[in-house]
Design a protein around this ligand. Structure first.
Ligand SMILES: Cc1cc2nc3c(=O)[nH]c(=O)nc-3n(C[C@H](O)[C@H](O)[C@H](O)COP(=O)(O)OP(=O)(O)OC[C@H]3O[C@@H](n4cnc5c(N)ncnc54)[C@H](O)[C@@H]3O)c2cc1C
Length: 372
């Protein structure tokens, strides 16, 4: 299970020294797998994002990319399997059994570890969601292999090892971690860290079905009912096209309402930097950054946010970043596309009013517009 952390450049020799020849029992491990996460009949988009990343690794290694679909028997699981081909799968491993209707660690770990032990993948990728993190940890410990969590970059070395990069030391450094002497090499990646690949309509190809070999009576955990978190449906930050966020520069929870008002007018989700969550001004599902959500909107407006590295890693994928900050030397101006050096408390209401006027149905009525 020894994961090897590779420090930049000069320590590369350390990795070579740590690498023994892959034990004989792992030499047959080949191909790349992505776990297709489904909950309540929906495939989590992070699974398709990972298929995009997995496809690149598979092409580089010249191996197959397989999707692993685990779920209840029936249409939704089958649809997830077929859909996997549209996101680049060469084949699908399918474990369909009604015991798998609800996610439970025991049954899903059994399904995944059985598949791994029989079909032997060299790399296994999962989304760093609540479900994916739970499953990845138990699969790795059951298989006695290494797992690199919350990766921000995946690549393969010249010798074919998975190079899994993730932030460390509070986000101030990136480290690349290798699982050199064990298989599969496992990694999780948070939603929105990898870009969504284009869906290309393709017919289903090879689907390998595998029995679960586990019965309801064998599972100690029972799901009695599902009660969704009251707030969990409210924030769609990670997948929003427009996001407005506020930071400590706003000075008070009352001023944070200016962010919410602008977001409401332009149809955006609102978010914040971490100190606002720590102060209790905003709920934690709205935090953006390394320990919050990663976002990839078309437009990101950040007001009173300094742009610390832990915030930056969560927003860098945005197409257009507009930063409003009183300090012209604030780090956010190093990566914002448009910088406005001014007091956000004054600018936000003006922006909101301007957008409200511009986006009101009347302003788009050509007859009214010409009559004015
Ligand atoms: C392990 C770890 C994980 C972390 N994870 C995260 C994370 O996920 N997300 C995150 O955001 N942070 C995270 N942080 C915290 C991060 O390091 C910063 O402390 C934080 O992002 C700073 O928040 P801020 O920009 O709102 O506040 P500040 O750094 O205090 O910046 C406030 C900014 O507002 C500007 N300003 C002041 N008044 C105004 C005004 N009237 N109008 C406009 N601008 C104004 C100031 O010039 C300043 O640039 C983490 C830290 C650690 C150690």
């Amino acid at each position: 299970m020894s994961n090897v952390i590779k420090a930049p450049a000069s320590a590369a020799g350390g990795r070579a020294a740590a690498k023994k020849e892959l034990p004989e029992r792992f030499k047959a491990y080949k191909h790349i797998w992505v776990f297709i996460e489904q909950e309540r009949g929906q495939v989590h988009p992070v699974s398709w994002e990972l298929m995009g990343a997995g496809r690149k690794l598979a092409d580089k290694l010249k191996v197959d990319l397989a999707a692993v679909v685990i779920g209840p028997e029936g249409e939704t699981t089958r649809t997830a399997a077929v859909e996997s081909f549209c996101y680049g799968a060469d084949l699908v491993y399918l474990v369909a059994d009604d015991v798998l209707s609800e996610y439970r660690n025991e049954s899903y770990t059994k399904a995944m570890t059985d598949l791994v032990n029989i079909y032997k993948p060299e790399i296994l990728l999962l989304g760093a969601t609540t479900l994916g993190r739970d499953l990845a940890g138990s699969v790795a410990t059951t298989l006695l292999t290494g797992l690199t969590a919350d990766c921000t970059e995946l690549d393969v070395d010249a010798d074919g090892s998975l190079a899994a990069t993730r932030p460390t030391f509070g986000g101030s450094l990136l480290c690349t971690i290798y699982t050199l002497n064990y298989r599969p090499q496992m990694a999780t990646v948070r939603p929105r860290v990898m870009p969504m690949p284009e869906r290309v309509a393709r017919d289903a190809a090879r689907i390998i079905t595998h029995p679960l070999a586990l019965f309801e009576d064998d599972i100690v955990t029972k799901v009695l009912s599902f009660i969704p978190d009251r707030d969990s449906e409210k924030s769609n930050l990670a997948y929003a096209d427009l996001v407005v966020a506020g930071g400590l520069g706003l000075g008070s929870p009352e001023n944070f309402q200016l962010v919410r008002q602008l977001a409401a007018v332009i149809g955006a989700e609102y978010g914040c930097s971490r100190p606002l969550v720590q102060k209790g001004w905003v709920t934690s599902d709205r935090q953006i950054g390394q320990t919050g959500k990663t976002i990839r909107p078309k437009l990101y407006i950040a007001a009173g946010v300094s742009g610390a590295i832990q915030h930056r890693v969560g927003v860098e994928g945005a197409d257009l970043i507009v930063a409003i900050n009183t300090d012209k030397n604030a780090p956010i101006f190093d990566f914002a596309h448009i910088g406005i050096v001014t007091d956000a408390i004054l600018l936000l209401p003006t922006l909101t009013a301007a957008f409200r006027a511009r986006l009101s149905p009347h302003s788009r009525d050509p007859k009214r517009a010409s009559a004015q």
